[in-house]
Write a protein that binds this ligand. Sequence first.
Ligand SMILES: *[C@@H]1O[C@H](CO)[C@@H](O)[C@H](O)[C@H]1NC(C)=O
Length: 382
Amino acid sequence: MAALAVLGLLLLSLSSAVGYKTYNVLDFNAVGDGQTDDTNALVQAWAAACADDRSPVLLVPPGKTLLIRETQLSGPCKSSMDLRLQGDIVAPNWQWTNDKAVLLTFTNVNRLILHGYGQIDGRGQLWWNLFNIETLVFEQCNDLFVKGITIKNSPEKHMAFFKCVGVNINWVKITAPGDSPNTDGMYFSGCQNVAVSGSIIGTGDDCIAIGPGCSNIDISRVHCGPGHGFSIGSLGRDGAEQSVENVRVYDSSVTDALTGARIKTWQGGSGYVKGIVFENMRMYSVRTPIMIDQFYCNRGYCQNQTSAVAISDVRFANFYGTTTDESPIKILCSQSVPCKDIDLENVNLYTVGGTAPVKSVCINANPGQVNRVDPFVQCVAG
Ligand SMILES: *[C@@H]1O[C@H](CO)[C@@H](O)[C@H](O)[C@H]1NC(C)=O
């Protein structure tokens, strides 16, 4: 009898050790028809899961579509959080009244895994050019995994990450039309130790943008286009001191885009960009595949100033493909803070069709190594 009780206890503790509870949004009265407002169901399911200290699963089941309003899911939670997006999420299609809003924000959640084959539809078509509404934002989420999901047609940025340490993203798909304004795929600011791999991103703006305060960013096997390719910056706007360090983008491609691999900084800023590698990059019909622009200005006229974000130790290697402009390599650095140690190696860029001559433009840069680069780069003092 005692032995049986011990066995029973053992089984009980075993099952609770391997068992975890699943919080299905349908059990919190979600309707999931894509029409009914299911915000409260999602928020309540989150609250319940977040209070569970045994690695809960929060489930949006397959075949269901949750329509949600602007929603914040906050931590810290008692445990890790496994959010399975098997169904879909859609933004409302009624009037947003807020110029700055986010459809779904995760704040202060550590060890969040967001994965599944579901999609988040930002329904941005109505709001392009009107409102800055981002679709999916992570703030101060450490040890974050995002895998498999699709995000489409965000009114503004699709995914944005602020002050997150330890981010791993793979097999994510992001799509919006090439002419949709400011619809960055992923934007990072103040993040460290980030890996993005195996993803497909086509939007109307930057594919992946690395903003101020980021370091140790590793991007591989990401296929971009249409849009504005991989960007570091912009940095140093309105005199800001901003820096980015240790970024590696490799084994990736950019198709039908304005730029391929770009660093953009404003005149008058300070700080630095250093330790940047773009390597093994395929370019297909990209206007400017390689660009450093220390004169970035997207608001009409910007005066040249004596201070600038310093750019050094940048490498572009193994770039192959086609360009739609006569100057596929543009390295534009300021006279007062010239770029240092810009390496270019194994670069072969041809105009689409392969006949028109192409040339490089390079001012105020002190090139490091320049080997086997076509079009040949010659840097002149500006
Ligand atoms: C700033 O300086 C660059 C390079 O020296 C030059 O090409 C550009 O025309 C200048 N821009 C303005 C607005 O003076």
